[in-house]
Design a protein around this ligand. Structure first.
Ligand SMILES: [Zn+2]
Length: 165
């Protein structure tokens, strides 16, 4: 069964990413409830990751099984009855683009995790996801600030110039 209308499909295929999809919201709710904090829909990074944990330098994609060719479920292997070769070519292109974006992110020093829509209803998969996120230690952003702080202890900043008033 293909529940996506042709108009909706061309919208998706044109690269207008659907935001706040049910699987995305499920992941966000779970991770937020488990105490993890993130930003959503980063427009600057390759592939526009759904969730970004900047202190961990980690991007998380929540992939729709059909459009991204999920290896775990039937949806990922599903074929559209009409224009089969057209859609399978599209999905192959999507998968190639996903792989390309992930390697670009890796080159930029980002960790990348992907969870599939079919996994977001599985508590074990969500738990594993949260564990995988926590396994990547946050980079202490205070390293430069810390240095600045200890420097200012060693050499106190000069007194402020007297105000002209
Ligand atoms: Zn799937």
């Amino acid at each position: 069964m293909d529940m996506v209308t042709p108009a909706r499909r061309s919208e998706i295929m044109a690269g207008i990413r659907s935001k706040d999809t049910a699987p995305e919201l499920a992941v966000r709710r779970y991770l937020h409830a488990s105490g993890l904090r993130y930003r959503v829909h980063n427009q600057q990074l390759p592939g526009r990751p759904d969730l970004v944990f900047s202190e961990r330098r980690l991007c998380l994609f929540v992939h729709g099984c059909f459009w991204h060719g999920c290896p775990h479920c039937r949806d990922g292997a599903r074929e559209v009855k009409s224009n089969t070769s057209y859609w399978s070519a599209k999905i192959i292109r999507n998968k190639n683009r996903d792989a390309h974006n992930q390697s670009r992110l890796a080159v930029l020093g980002w960790h990348v995790l992907t969870i599939w829509a079919c996994q977001v209803t599985d508590p074990a998969a969500l738990k594993l996801l949260a564990t995988s996120i926590r396994a990547i230690p946050p980079i202490k952003r205070s390293s430069s600030r810390g240095r600045a702080r200890s420097a200012s202890v060693a050499e106190p900043s000069p007194p402020e110039a007297p105000s002209p008033n």
